[in-house]
Design a protein around this ligand. Structure first.
Ligand code: S3P
Length: 440
């Protein structure tokens, strides 16, 4: 039976905390380490199920992936050097792991079967497979969902491709394949998505250029690349820090600090929105870690007001909408979030799961094809059991909801949180949050 967790009225939250390493950067650190020659030492890697699945897949392909006293060490095989008969590669719940690794497999002369859990097996892979097929990847399977048999080739073709959806996963898969192709592969994007792949390619010594091209940005990687092992420090995940931040905002008298959080501008839309809502947030001690900007974030609770969150902000906060919707329920007035189409194809249909959770907790909310409206500021009933639909962010968002509600909020699947933030409950309890195992 699935374990349930319940959260109840808490506060004030107090303390100084850190969150585990950024999930996006952790996947990439392992992958680039495996594509480099020599050793890559990673500090602060996120040790969560999603990232460990990518590490395991790289191990099956012949890279050395080991935990060491100081972090993780990856012994790479060079671009095109991964081999072996890996059989099935199981990516669990992770869209990032599966999609980025499709770009790697495209350039290898091997056949593998990609599998995942029930949630991942219902997510669209066509958006990645279409450009990769154009480069030479062979795909066996009935449609564009896992399980799929993928056969790569050492004769990959470089392409030019404009992203039809703003997706860093699609961009990254093409750039990773491009490392294996002769000549230049270019991805055009109309909306900026997270640029961790570009930054890390540069860090590992790949030739990559990013330039404006009219209304688009052109990202070009030169293939047949040679990468060398590096030291990588992974900053704290702003998408995980978002839950702590939201918890402090919805509980009275709270004051917390989260140290060492990634503040790459392609990831901070949630924090920009909170500031517009009147949240007391203070960013201090700005610094750089492993080629990425990092800061400490102090959060204090106080009155919040509803805002309009414009569609063009979506890529910079795509994983934060469920928890923003929870904060909006505690803010006075209407919060309207636009441009949410991509939420429909996340670990769950996040627009539907978020709306269902809000409604179950007694919050006045409505959604359309790609928008969500939350009318907040009234006391929140809670007293709800939330269906997480195998979605870690739905689980954590609604545990935050319960911290300010009149009666507890229960989530139906505590285990799913381990996909991205295994220490969530422990860290939250350390700050004073009432989160307990539930038998209800
Ligand atoms: C990610 C990109 C985003 C995000 C996911 C991680 C990445 O997905 O939702 O959690 O690491 O590249 P899309 O790029 O598909 O929007």
């Amino acid at each position: 039976m699935l374990q349930k967790l319940s959260s109840s009225k808490s506060g004030p939250l107090r303390g100084v905390s850190r969150v585990p390493g950024d999930k996006s950067i952790s996947h990439r650190a392992l992958i680039f380490g495996a594509l480099a020659t020599g050793r890559t030492h990673i500090k602060g890697l996120l040790e969560a199920e999603d990232v460990l699945a990518t590490g395991k897949a790289l191990g099956q392909l012949g890279a050395g992936v080991e935990r060491t006293p100081g972090g993780w060490c990856v012994t790479g095989r060079g671009v095109g050097g991964l081999t072996g008969a890996p059989g099935k590669l199981d990516f669990g719940n992770s869209g990032t792991g599966a999609r980025l690794m499709m770009g790697v497999i495209a350039g290898l002369d091997i056949a593998t079967v990609f599998t995942g859990d029930q949630s991942l097996s219902s997510r669209p892979m066509g958006r990645v497979l279409l450009p990769l097929k154009r480069m030479g990847l062979e795909v066996g399977g009935d449609d564009d969902t896992l399980p799929l048999t993928l056969t790569g080739t050492t004769d990959l073709l470089p392409i030019e491709y404009e992203l039809p959806v703003p997706s860093a996963q699609v961009k990254s898969a093409i750039l990773l394949a491009g490392l294996h192709a002769p000549g230049k592969t270019t991805v055009f994007e109309r909306a900026a998505t997270r640029d961790h792949t570009e930054r890390m390619m540069r860090h590992f010594g790949a030739e990559i250029t990013v330039r404006p091209d009219g209304a688009r940005t052109a990202i070009t990687v030169t293939g047949d690349a040679e990468l060398a092992g590096q030291h990588v420090t992974v900053p704290g995940d702003p998408s995980s820090a978002a839950f702590l931040t939201a918890a402090a905002l919805v509980t009275q008298g709270s004051q917390i600090t989260i140290e060492g959080v990634l503040v790459n501008p392609a990831r901070t839309g949630f924090y920009d929105t909170l500031k517009e809502m009147g949240a007391k947030l203070d960013f201090s001690n700005p610094r750089e870690e492993g080629g990425e900007p990092v800061a400490d974030i102090a959060v204090a609770s106080g009155p919040l007001r509803g805002v309009l969150v414009p569609a063009d902000r979506a890529p910079s906060m795509i994983d934060e909408y469920p928890v923003l919707a929870v904060v909006a329920a505690y803010a006075k007035g209407e919060t309207r979030m636009e441009g949410l189409g991509e939420l429909r194809v996340k670990e769950s249909d996040r627009l539907a799961s978020t709306l269902a959770g809000l409604t179950a907790c007694g919050v006045d909310a409505q959604a359309g094809g790609d928008w969500l409206v939350v009318r907040g500021g009234e006391p929140i009933a809670g007293a709800a059991q939330i269906e997480t639909h195998m979605d870690h962010r739905i689980a954590m968002a609604f545990l935050v909801m319960g911290l300010g509600a009149q009666a507890p909020v229960v989530i139906d699947n505590a285990g799913i949180i381990a996909t991205s933030f295994p220490e969530f409950s422990e860290i939250m309890r350390g700050l004073g949050a009432q989160i307990e195992t539930s038998k209800a």
